[in-house]
Design a binder for this molecule. Structure first.
Ligand SMILES: NC(=O)c1ccc[n+]([C@@H]2O[C@H](COP(=O)([O-])OP(=O)(O)OC[C@H]3O[C@@H](n4cnc5c(N)ncnc54)[C@H](OP(=O)(O)O)[C@@H]3O)[C@@H](O)[C@H]2O)c1
Length: 425
């Protein structure tokens, strides 16, 4: 066979596309507009045979496994909305030694040890840039560029839906329900907003980044996620009066002796933080590296084109033979549920007295409560592990928690005992 040349170009790389929703269509559109990228979507698998499609019916088929079994497809793209089925398809493809791109953060976060082991055993490759902050190229940068450099901290706004709601609450002085309804009407929040507003989605992204940034494979359930379902206009005003903004911030803090502390919670962000200016549906990532100093990206974390752009970048990388180095991971890819403890300074609003006692809030520096007053809060230190333990009680009880950003090592004393009436999760 003659070598590709300007007059005899290489045939396009054949893609099997599984899923044709927001991301699948975004990718398809990008590839249609840029044939010079050298990719062709050869086969498309979807789920629902009766759905109306923007392409002729003959373009679609309904058994994704048939694409896995087609050796003429060079690369597979999995962009479906079902994490269990995505794991079944992706792990089967990796067992065949296939090269696959996915955007499914929940699936990757939950199954990363198996996915890495399958790549090592069968020689396939899985890339997932689109799964973390859409178009921001953070996974590959942490994995490759910062492969050897120690990182002091990775932090960021990893969820555009909750950031949109917080931005609109501040701009319009509206309450949570109103801002959420607006986000849903604008297409920036799902009909079921739980994954985004309760910070499960940014937690998955933090867990994925922990593998590349800190060499840690964390069980997602071991990572604290506090969201904004209980945020009120009073909390936004509290922040504004102090020159701060409320944001949902993920923190990955590698520890000198190994391991890392990882958590995702609302935080009062100062005006001198790059995250202060990340508004509406945008995401932001700050990397503090030992030698490189601080890096900051702001970009679109969702949407067909931004996410399709990240999938395209992965396709190009796969064509060049790229695979993640996971340079900071030990050879054994076991999951860990151990997140070292810390004391975090928090603003705790509307916490029933027994919950506050159970949390063990100490060193209270500020508080407001008066009989008959609906707005009551306290600022003090609480252990990360206690917040995690009572996460569901806080959520169910209507309590809003935000970090001030101050942390300190755990003071050596036993954790407060469980209150009899209070269920821990
Ligand atoms: N939307 C974003 O901005 C964004 C950003 C980053 C990451 N992601 C991730 O990307 C993935 C896709 O999200 P999306 O927003 O594009 O979802 P979506 O709009 O809901 O589309 C999902 C697609 O998957 C198809 N599908 C579901 N189960 C299938 C199966 N068993 N076999 C074949 N096709 C199947 C659906 O088929 P039908 O068309 O027949 O229903 C649909 O075409 C998710 O993991 C999501 O978390 C999305």
């Amino acid at each position: 066979m003659s070598k590709p040349s300007p007059t005899n170009p290489a045939p396009p790389t054949r893609i099997g596309l599984i899923g044709f929703g927001c991301v699948g269509q975004g990718l398809y559109d990008i590839l249609q507009r840029h044939p010079e990228a050298g990719f062709t979507v050869a086969r498309i698998a979807v789920k629902n045979p009766t759905k109306l499609r923007p392409l002729p019916a003959g373009r679609f088929e309904f058994h994704a496994d048939d694409l896995l079994d087609d050796p003429t497809l060079d690369l597979l793209v999995e962009v479906i909305d079902d994490a269990d089925e995505a794991f079944r398809l992706v792990s089967r493809a990796l067992r065949q030694g296939r090269r696959v791109v996915t955007a499914n953060k929940a699936m990757v976060a939950r199954h990363l040890p198996e996915l890495i082991a399958l790549q090592r055993e069968f020689g396939g490759t899985l890339l997932y840039e689109a799964a973390v902050c859409g178009s921001i190229p953070v996974v590959r940068t942490l994995d490759s560029y910062f492969a050897q450099e120690p990182l002091l901290q990775v932090s960021g706004i990893f969820n555009g839906s909750s950031n949109y709601v917080l931005t609109r609450m501040r701009e319009a002085d509206s309450d949570y329900a109103e801002a959420l309804a607006e986000a849903q009407a604008q297409g920036f929040a799902e009909t079921d907003p739980t994954l985004d507003m309760a910070a499960f989605d940014p937690r998955s992204k933090a867990v994925i980044l922990a593998a590349h940034a800190c060499g840690l494979l964390l069980d997602p359930d071991a990572v604290l996620n506090l969201g904004i379902e209980n945020v009120s206009a009073a909390d936004i005003r509290y922040a504004a009066e102090r020159g701060k903004k409320l944001k949902v911030v993920a923190i990955l803090q590698p520890l000198p002796g190994g391991g890392a502390t990882v958590y995702v919670t609302p935080q009062f962000v100062d005006a001198d933080s790059p995250l202060y200016a990340v508004e509406r549906e945008f995401n932001g990532v700050v990397v503090d590296a030992e030698f490189a100093g601080q890096h900051f990206w702001r970009g679109r974390g969702a949407g067909g084109h931004p996410t399709g752009s990240a999938v395209l970048a992965d396709l190009v990388a796969l064509r060049h033979g790229f695979r993640y180095a996971y340079a900071k991971l030990p050879a054994e890819t076991a999951l860990t549920a151990e997140v070292p403890d810390l004391e975090l300074e928090v603003y705790l609003r509307s916490a029933p007295a027994e919950l506050r006692r159970a949390l063990g809030l100490t060193d209270v520096s500020e508080q407001l409560s008066a009989p008959g007053f609906t707005y009551d809060y306290a600022v003090g230190y609480v252990r990360l592990s206690q917040l995690h333990r009572y996460r569901d009680a806080l959520r169910a009880g209507g309590t809003f928690v935000a970090r001030t950003g101050r942390v300190r090592p755990v003071v050596a004393q036993p954790a407060p005992q469980l209150e009899t009436a209070l269920a821990a999760d």
